[in-house]
Ligand binder design. Sequence first.
Ligand code: UD1
Length: 421
Amino acid sequence: MEKLVIHGGTSLKGEVSIVGAKNSAIAILPATLLCKGICTLHNVPNIIDVKLSCQILEALGSKITWLSSNSIIIDNRNITCTHAPLDLTRKFRASYYLIGAMLSRCKEIEVGLPGGCNLGARPIDQHIKGFEALGAVSNLSQGKINVRADKLVGTSIYMDVVSVGATINVLLSSVFAEGTTTIDNAAKEPHIVDVANFLNSLGADIRGAGTDLIKINGVKNLKENITYSIVPDQIEAGTYMLAAIATKGDLIIKNCIPEHLDSVTSKILEIGGNVEYLGDSIHVWSNSRPNKTVIKTLPHPGFPTDLQPQMGVILSIANGTSIITESIWDSRFQYTAELNKMGAHITAQGKSAFFEGVESLYGAPVYATDLRAGAALVIAGIVAKGTTEVFNVKHIDRGYESIENKFSSIGAKIKRVTEGE
Ligand code: UD1
């Protein structure tokens, strides 16, 4: 078992470069199934969820070659199988994108019900609603779901909740549907725009991605060759922005799209930090203890739920009492119990958590309860006095590329240790 051992009390300083977005990559990898030729992808994050996606594609017949640690070639000329390996698809959430992609490619798919971080109930009713509206039939039994269609016909779909996954999945399944499909109350996250840009570069006709009304005019074929670069990861960039503020540091975060982080920038300015946009870099720094604030997580362009735990670390050491209301997931305050082991005073009650700011955090053994909680605990370890051990590193590796190397390069005293070493 691996753990991250952090000797805290350092201010982060220097430059850090952001890789491609996890949540975009794990949607675009299955989206390549719509291409009956060869896709070359650059800026692919080298993380566990991407490797899992590649293994699943290979099981369906894709040939995948890594050109370098962040570029891959996917040859989808021979997709031979419509049953994805259940053990792999159950391991992470984004395996649900195989449904939309394979409906388009083969009109049939069977996958294990998606796993992923335990953030509370994670229904896929809106995905199914979309597939069925397009003419598919779904059958859910024994932990797996089979979806098939004789033909897919465009229609109007209203999403009852704003869902990133359902929006992308309906996009994927409607590219070849006869006529026009509209998705109303669509999610607007940057990776939805990225998936639409990828598909449009292949010849799809998708309009309005990034707004709450997306229109897809069905096409008959797509190109058989594409080279595409994944959009920078706004959650990774936001994680380093918040780490700079938490540690009273000074970071230049390179290769990102600053405007994707406007909601985070606003909150950083509100609590007394400094942010400057420099083209495709963000300069973030702070010299003082953060002020208290009130935050509610919301779909994009609101404050992202995936940066809520990292912000929670800052508020745990802020001047005064802050409140975070989590409006997307039911169980996203599990990290607060771990921060309390480090001396924080946080009370989580239902959808809200109250952060009574303390002067200092102290090192302790803590457990990453999910991916972003893990990133938050790493930041807390860098802030804290003494030594912190973060266990369950596998959660962090699902979404952050070489987290200990990146944090080391900007001054953190962090190393990965295999238990027993
Ligand atoms: C994606 C991200 C995740 C992020 C979340 C919200 C991936 C792989 N994961 O998750 O990191 O935290 O967006 O930004 O991209 N819902 C339903 N029915 C559905 C689908 C969703 O009720 O069919 C609800 C969910 O329970 C949740 C809300 O809608 O309360 C948002 O979920 P959704 O946007 O779908 O999240 P994911 O795509 O799973």
